[in-house]
Design a protein around this ligand. Structure first.
Ligand SMILES: *[C@@H]1O[C@H](CO)[C@@H](O)[C@H](O)[C@H]1NC(C)=O
Length: 221
């Protein structure tokens, strides 16, 4: 190959490599940031002090909690709040927390922080996973069944990887939309709306949990 042809290839290769490295670095920085804010709140013991009256109301605690952010007054994530939320989830023995951000570039990752599984997902988990699942299902000769769709959307993808959330809190400044949160995962989920995650406080959080406790799920019956 002559020099004129190889040069652009080398440039493309180097650019791709830098892109991959920068994605990895962003991923690492985000997770470190979440972990550090969590530690900060852990040390300051930002636990929920739950009085006996509230405790009596909380007969049912969500096992998997999800939050939806990004369509609020500002797109900025308040890491401090996320750290607090992880501490609160630990107080209540909530096992998994899914943080969904309404944008394509939010790094998708999963990590265990002191026993609680934290997963961050973006628009890719809803759009891209639907596209890829549809493509895989169509390319195979097996019949299309609900189980197969479910399997593709739940387990095969590299996107949403935890169990379905029991409770979803959507933070949204004006409209009540689900912000394209992966829909397959929330068919049986209780959904609550609040304006912004930045001002989330313990009383609001406990209020939502109390309402969640009181919900009766009839599963379409
Ligand atoms: C919690 O937030 C709500 C809504 O922003 C507010 O009305 C309430 O006063 C706050 N509670 C505390 C204890 O700060």
């Amino acid at each position: 190959m002559d020099k004129d042809k190889t040069m652009p290839l080398i440039v493309i290769f180097v650019c791709r490599l830098m892109l991959i490295l920068s994605h990895g670095l962003i991923w690492l920085l985000k997770m470190t940031e979440i972990y550090i804010t969590y530690l900060y709140h852990h040390i300051r013991s930002y636990w929920l002090n739950i009085d006996s009256k509230t405790k009596a109301c909380l007969t049912r605690i969500p096992v998997n909690l999800a939050i939806c952010i990004g369509l609020e007054d500002s797109k900025q994530i308040d890491m401090d709040k996320i750290g607090q939320l992880i501490c609160w989830c630990q107080t209540l023995s909530i096992q998994t927390l899914t943080i969904y951000h309404y944008c394509d570039t939010f790094p998708e990752m999963m990590n265990t922080i002191d026993g609680i599984q934290v997963q961050t997902i973006s628009l890719k988990s809803s759009h891209q996973s639907l596209i890829e699942s549809a493509r895989n299902i169509c390319q195979s000769s097996l019949p299309i069944t609900i189980d197969r769709i479910s399997e593709h959307l739940r387990h095969e993808g590299k996107y949403y990887r935890l169990d379905d959330p029991d409770l979803l809190i959507c933070f949204n400044s004006d409209q009540r939309t689900l912000q394209a949160f992966p829909l397959w995962q929330i068919r049986l989920t209780e959904i609550f709306f609040l304006t912004t995650h930045r001002h989330l406080n313990k009383s609001q959080f406990l209020y939502i949990l109390k309402r969640f406790s009181r919900c009766q799920q009839r599963f379409g019956k």
